[in-house]
Design a protein around this ligand. Structure first.
Ligand SMILES: [Zn+2]
Length: 78
């Protein structure tokens, strides 16, 4: 998987961003911090498989848990 340096969305295939059509994509590496779009949840990438990204999430109360999301629900944090 990759992330778009323009809109910060996570995209599955390299080449062109499926959200904003930018060609400025970079490889999504493990431990990259991401946000779940539409929430305040932040996490780090633990594992990537098919359309899913497994995150280690830390919530406002500093609880940690692991959850999987579709890559379409995620955005890279600067
Ligand atoms: Zn984009």
């Amino acid at each position: 998987m990759f992330y778009c340096t323009s809109c910060k969305r996570i995209v599955k295939d390299g080449g062109v961003c499926e959200f904003c059509a930018s060609q400025q994509l970079k490889e999504l590496k493990l431990d990259t911090p991401v946000n779940v779009v539409g929430t305040k949840l932040k996490g780090r990438v633990l594992k990537v498989s098919d359309d899913k990204v497994r995150l280690l999430i830390r919530d406002d109360s500093n609880n940690r848990f692991i959850k999987e999301y579709s890559y379409k629900e995620l955005k890279k944090i600067l």
